[in-house]
Design a protein around this ligand. Structure first.
Ligand code: PEP
Length: 245
């Protein structure tokens, strides 16, 4: 089965660099059998959308507003993202939870607004090092899912994706160590079954957190791992191409 591989460029590239990388990827990654999604920053989205047309690569956004329209200064409507050709939207990323104080109620509202606009939310969940070390990771993840998915209804399993990103394994954490493929697969199985109970559909689950060329094949070999959310390694053609292959 095709894997879903999502490049999260965060705020790492300037406008011109985003367009250059998108152009390079349309040439170098076209024809790979997996589903590849590029998530540039908001400013670059319209130009990257034009570059990706007919390339086979898909467009994603790194966030979207909790409402379709209204007096929300600085926000971007999921309806406008949809009109621009965006298919996926990352929601609940740990960096937004930490630096922008996004809580479960906001993430829940964003998921509902994204679905109403016809976008596919990629809900990020993940425990911090404290929960991991105290053996509380699973109850913590179950709570994150319960709050984020409260009242969320989907028609098809493919309408929503969940990315498991242990916060301690994300590469912007200087002590980040990737989790091994078997443990990641166990956690993803747990997350998928909890989410399936809440949604009454079994969503695709991705792994994210320091995925790089040296560990991608081990993760990919685990059937429950439906793909990757990739940060740092998505900025380098050679690394990202290996992960996507
Ligand atoms: C992320 O922040 O979503 C992520 C997975 O980053 P990295 O691949 O750099 O760990």
């Amino acid at each position: 089965m095709k894997k879903l591989i999502i490049a999260n460029w965060k705020m790492q590239l300037g406008y011109r660099a985003s367009l250059d990388l998108a152009r390079l990827y349309t040439k170098q990654l076209a024809g790979l059998k997996n589903e590849i999604v590029l998530c540039p920053d908001y400013l670059s989205l319209p130009a990257v959308s034009a570059i990706l047309k007919k390339s086979g690569l898909l467009l994603g956004a790194q966030d979207s507003a909790a409402s379709a329209r209204g007096a929300y200064t600085g926000e971007v409507s999921p309806a406008d993202l949809k009109a621009l050709g965006v298919k996926y939207v990352i929601l609940g990323h740990s960096e937004r939870r930490e630096h922008l104080h996004e809580n479960s109620a906001i993430i829940n509202a964003k998921i509902k607004a994204a679905l109403a606009a016809g976008l596919t939310p990629v809900l990020c969940v993940g425990e911090k090092i404290a929960e991991r070390e105290s053996g509380e990771a699973r109850p913590y993840l179950a709570e994150e899912l319960r709050h984020a998915l409260k009242g969320v209804k989907i028609k098809r399993a493919s309408d929503l994706v969940i990315a498991y990103e242990p916060v301690w394994a994300i590469s912007t954490n200087k002590d980040a160590k990737p989790i091994d493929a078997i443990s990641a697969s166990d956690m993803l199985g747990f997350i998928q079954s909890k989410a399936a109970n809440l949604l009454e559909k079994k969503p695709r689950v991705l792994y994210g957190g320091s995925v790089f060329p040296g560990n991608a094949a081990d993760f990919s070999a685990q059937p429950v791992i439906g793909g990757f959310l990739v940060g740092g390694a998505s900025l380098k053609l050679t690394d990202f191409k290996i992960i996507c292959s």
